[in-house]
Design a protein around this ligand. Structure first.
Ligand code: ADP
Length: 291
């Protein structure tokens, strides 16, 4: 072996040991930041458009309204809806303090982070491959000054791709996943995959929510199951996972989303049936977390 080879071997083993010690430091920093958060809940769905972000936002707002210190992390990198749903899409930006990112505050008890706060223009598209998404999600968990929280609610994009995989791998002690579906077969086929994904990754299922379940006509009061109903509950039973409840279709939920007023926080128009069902879902989640 000549001297050149010896030097090359030495420098590559030095680089490997530097990488290993950086990895160890990063893991320790992630653990330290996450150890300050009592409960972590990942909101998932099989398909887009089933109301996953609506559930994540309203869950976070509802927990915060009870005085629980709450964080909401939007890792839907290609379609971040959280800023819009909270009315925070008007130029709010993530700050920095002592070398850490500071979340955008929503009311007294809720801290929010979304890739949406980092885009120059809301029409900008994020075009990233898996490893970059993993790195950004890791930074959101490690380098955000979440402080001490009771709950961190994570809004994950639909499906079983890079983002849900990253979050499940990065968070060691999550309470589990809340899985949102609508009742029709087309949605249920995909959400079963989300449940299997969690099982394969040993991620607990906090429970399934059937959204857009039934519609009561505001004019004649007649009930119509636009997307059918009961499919989410049946799927949960078949797959042996808890069922949390259903949320009916209500045009006030759409209006609340578009105006940045989460339906569960806004009672100006009087209570709507979805308030009651959602309250009981949140209570079940809190009770489950306390066990
Ligand atoms: P996802 O995160 O699954 O893509 P969103 O939460 O962004 O879905 O919701 C998609 C649209 O459906 C939004 O306009 C939202 O306001 C609306 N929506 C969600 N849940 C309901 C519901 N129960 N009734 C009526 N509209 C709803």
């Amino acid at each position: 072996m000549n001297m050149c080879n010896i030097n090359e071997n030495e420098s590559s083993s030095h680089a490997a040991s530097q990488r290993a010690s950086r990895d160890t430091e990063e893991k320790a920093a992630l653990r330290e930041n996450m150890a300050r958060i009592a409960h972590k809940i990942i909101v998932m769905s099989g398909k887009g458009g089933v109301g996953k972000s609506t559930v994540a936002v309203n869950l976070a707002v509802s927990l915060a309204s009870k005085g629980l210190k709450t964080g909401l992390l939007d890792i839907d990198i290609h379609g971040p809806s959280v800023p819009k749903l909270l009315g925070l899409d008007t130029g709010q930006a993530i700050g920095t303090r002592d070398g850490k990112m500071t979340p955008v505050e929503y009311g007294e008890h809720l801290k929010v982070i979304s890739i949406g706060f980092m885009l120059q223009d809301r029409d900008d598209a994020v075009i990233w491959r898996g490893p970059l998404k993993y790195t950004v999600i890791k930074e959101f968990l490690t380098e955000v000054d979440w402080g001490d929280l009771d709950y961190l609610v994570i809004d994950s994009p639909p499906g079983t791709g890079d983002e849900p995989l990253s979050i499940c791998q990065l968070i060691e002690n999550a309470d589990g996943a809340v899985v949102v579906t609508t009742p029709q077969d087309v949605a249920l086929i995909d959400v079963r995959k989300s449940v299997s994904f969690c099982k394969q990754l040993n991620m607990q299922i906090v429970g399934v929510i059937e959204n857009m379940s039934g519609f009561t006509c505001p004019h004649c009061g007649k009930e119509t199951d636009i997307f059918k109903s009961g499919g989410g509950k049946k799927m949960a039973e078949e797959m042996g996972v808890p069922y949390l409840g259903n949320i009916p279709i209500d045009r006030r939920i759409v209006a609340g989303g578009d105006s940045g007023t989460p339906f569960h926080a806004d009672r100006n128009g009087g209570a709507i049936p979805a308030h009651e069902t959602f309250s009981s879902i949140v209570e079940t989640i809190i009770k489950g977390a306390a066990k």
